[in-house]
Write a protein that binds this ligand. Structure first.
Ligand code: ADP
Length: 281
């Protein structure tokens, strides 16, 4: 059993899931790109589950962290993978001191504590795991735990949020229509250039002209999707590149290791991307 679960209280990385109030003085930095903040607030107020759709590294997780802080809810994050079972989400009996004891899984903990439960890359999970979520996304807002006979009703404030990258392995993996229709879907993409420059500056503390040049380069590199590049450079990669530059790594070297090399092993594509780096700096 692999499990990747992170629990945070709002913005604070306390690991606590029982405190609804965030103790963090500052919100996780998030620059809105459209009306996503208002839409999410309304979904939360109306107990609607939300699906964040968009490429990797475009700000979905940061957005949820920011919204949890804004709404003053604990945040429990679950990174989905193809081994994730329903028990990993709900809980299981474990042997402790010669007797078995029930241990809540992260989904159950979120239900009881009124947390925002964020399932990152939900499409990676098996269908029989995803089906567990259905009763939580309609009027029932409840979860029946067969093994204990308990029916748990979601505490006020509980909200289910999933993320999903529609471009990735689209032919192999997709969500069933019966699952998709249970969510309000917010489309995410890489931020518009001016916003992306602000984000990269804020996150790396690098100067504006270099950040602007990096964003310009990323826009050109993103057109390589037409030439067979499976994943284009994300805002996350830009931030990492800018951080290296801000800490003294030469610009072209930082672009090589943080912007180009993570994207492809194809020598022709990598060579063409390096040429663009040389033209940009
Ligand atoms: P995703 O969950 O979509 O894979 P993340 O939320 O982890 O991506 O975003 C990657 C990084 O990009 C963040 O850590 C943050 O530095 C930056 N980022 C992207 N979009 C924004 C935004 N709108 N506001 C602030 N930071 C952003």
């Amino acid at each position: 059993m692999k499990q990747a679960v992170e629990a945070r209280s709002g913005a604070s990385a306390q690991g606590a899931v029982d405190g609804a109030r965030s103790t963090s003085p500052a919100p996780p930095y998030y620059l809105p790109c459209a009306d996503e903040v208002q839409l999410f607030e309304q979904c939360h107020a109306n107990q609607l589950a939300v699906m964040l759709k968009g490429p990797t590294g475009c700000g979905k997780t940061r957005f949820v962290e920011h919204m949890a802080w804004r709404l003053q809810r604990p945040l429990i994050t679950i990174s989905c993978h193809d081994d994730l079972s329903a028990s990993d989400l709900i809980g299981r009996f474990l042997i402790q001191h010669d007797r078995t004891q029930w241990n809540d899984g992260p989904l159950t903990t979120a239900l009881r504590s009124g947390a925002i439960c964020y399932l990152d890359e939900v499409v990676e999970a098996r269908q029989d795991t995803i089906v567990v979520l259905h009763s939580l996304t309609d009027h029932r807002r409840s979860l029946a735990i067969e093994k204990t006979g308990e029916l748990i009703h979601a505490a006020p404030g509980f909200q289910l949020v999933v993320s999903y990258n529609p471009g990735y392995q689209r032919m192999l993996k997709d969500l069933k229509p019966s699952t998709r229709q249970r969510f309000v879907a917010l489309d995410f993409n890489f931020p518009p250039a001016q916003q992306e420059i602000e984000i990269v500056m804020q996150e790396s503390q690098l100067d504006r002209p270099t950040c602007a040049a990096l964003v310009g380069l990323a826009e050109k590199l993103r057109s390589f999707a037409d030439r067979g590049l499976a994943e284009v450079p994300s805002t996350r990669l830009l931030v990492a590149t800018a951080m290296l530059i801000a800490r003294g790594i030469p610009v072209k070297r930082a672009c090589q290791v943080a912007l180009v090399a993570p994207l492809s092993d194809d020598a022709t594509l990598v060579g063409a991307m390096h040429d663009l780096v040389d033209l940009s700096f």
